[in-house]
Design a protein around this ligand. Structure first.
Ligand code: NDP
Length: 391
């Protein structure tokens, strides 16, 4: 790896800072001004409920339209992200460090007693900075947790689109790239169509906002989930080669390992995506609907409910985290277009497997504490964690 080329490219240029700041300003303004369903979050331990304006789909569509028109008019280059991947990554990293230091300081000095803002201080600086101090800190009345995850998911799509533009420009658009782009775009759009479901997820309801979450949302999601796509472009550009090498994953993997997908392979890939989507969306939807109204039928039958609080039918009667299974299948479907000759493009599903197993264990501990004997009964009824008969 040529460090002489790599290191200077890690220093964010003014333009990359400008891109990042413009992006955040757009999201902040669009999030506040654009119309969208206002959803009440889960009831917090002090009985309060936060409100979330779910206008992400509108904000994303408008942003893509603005960028598309600006690109057509020559105001913005569609390659601005693809050409500045490494700089944007380091600018984002610096932002994550700075913003979490501010969160640490403001969290420690807060005397707020509400569940969302009450400081949780262990006294260990690294621990408190990493895991965060407050549950739902705000800035100018913007819920930062909701804002950052939105920025990460949209950023993933924008990186993909920029890489797509690059591959079209380089005349290297492949079947694999098209499949990857379609699957990811559908996944991200679906996320925003169902943005309100996010308000009852573990990250929003249980995780405090520290470096772990901010880094995960702003840097990890957009920059690592797009690895397969990065494989497809950046020929003969040392900076980008080093970006890929530094990321240690693929080094233009698809570009230099042209994958010839057979029709059965494409069909199988689509099948994994569709089944994964059905399980992922179905499970998350069932839980969300159940939380709103525990009497809503599940798969056309009255729900099986444990202790009046836990759903034990539908996907939640097959395994205790079927939603994770669906997500893992989706992640796999994003990598399958790269073929199976190398583990390199499988970074995302492998990472997600580790993350979700760890998360599932933490969630179980939390649920066991919260629901006590009800949870024990649920464990008896639904013995599998993620994959029925296996795990
Ligand atoms: P869940 O949406 O599964 O939420 C877990 C919570 O749901 C529990 O703490 C409990 O909360 C409630 N719950 C658990 N079991 C039941 C039940 N049987 N009936 C009713 N309520 C139940 O977890 P996550 O927030 O972790 O995940 C949400 C989605 O996000 C998943 O699909 C996951 O795959 C995805 N995800 C994706 C990541 C990625 O990097 N791609 C990373 C993390 C998540 P309560 O106390 O409210 O009852």
């Amino acid at each position: 790896m040529d460090l002489g080329v790599l290191l200077p490219s890690l220093i964010p240029s003014l333009q990359s800072v400008y891109v990042l700041v413009s992006y955040f300003v757009y999201l902040a303004v669009a999030g506040e001004l654009l119309p969208g369903k206002v959803i009440r979050g889960v009831v917090l331990s002090d009985g309060s409920q936060l409100r979330y304006r779910c206008n992400g789909l509108f904000a994303l569509t408008l942003l893509v339209a603005i960028l598309g028109i600006s690109a057509k008019l020559g105001i913005v280059s569609p390659l601005v992200v693809a050409d500045r991947g490494l700089e944007l990554l380091s600018a984002t990293f610096i932002f994550c460090v700075l913003v979490t230091l501010v969160l640490y300081i403001s969290g420690r000095s807060s005397s707020d007693k509400t569940s969302s803002l009450k400081p949780h201080v262990s006294g260990n600086l690294v621990h408190d900075w990493w895991f965060g101090i407050q549950l739902n800190p705000q800035f100018l009345s913007i819920d930062l947790k909701f804002f950052f995850v939105r920025a990460g998911m949209m950023g993933w799509l924008l990186i993909n689109l920029s890489i797509l533009a690059k591959s079209v420009q380089d005349d290297s658009l492949s079947q694999s790239m098209i499949l990857y782009q379609i699957f990811c775009a559908l996944y991200i759009l679906d996320y925003f169509v169902h943005e309100e479901y996010m308000t009852s997820t573990w990250d929003i309801i249980a995780e405090r906002l520290g470096f772990m979450l901010v880094f995960g949302d702003l840097l990890w999601i957009p920059f690592t989930f797009s690895i397969q796509a990065c494989n497809c472009v950046f020929d003969n550009e040392p900076v980008h080669r080093n970006f890929i090498l530094l990321s240690s994953w693929h080094g233009w993997w698809l570009l230099h390992n042209k994958v010839q997908l057979t029709v059965p392979a494409i069909v199988a890939n689509c099948f994994v995506f569709l089944i994964g989507y059905m399980v992922f969306r179905g499970a998350n939807k069932q839980k969300h609907i159940f939380k709103k109204n525990p009497k809503t039928p599940i798969w056309g039958k009255p729900p099986v409910v444990v202790g009046g609080k836990l759903l034990a039918s539908g996907y939640w009667g097959i395994a205790r985290h079927c939603n994770y299974l669906g997500d893992l299948m989706l992640a796999l479907s994003f990598s399958l277009p790269c073929g199976i000759s190398s583990p390199v493009p499988y970074f995302y599903p492998i990472y997600l497997l580790i993350l979700l197993i760890w998360r599932e264990r933490r969630d179980e501990v939390r649920c066991a504490e919260k629901y006590k004997e009800i949870w024990a009964e649920y464990l008896r009824l639904v013995p599998y964690r993620i994959l029925p008969y296996v795990y």
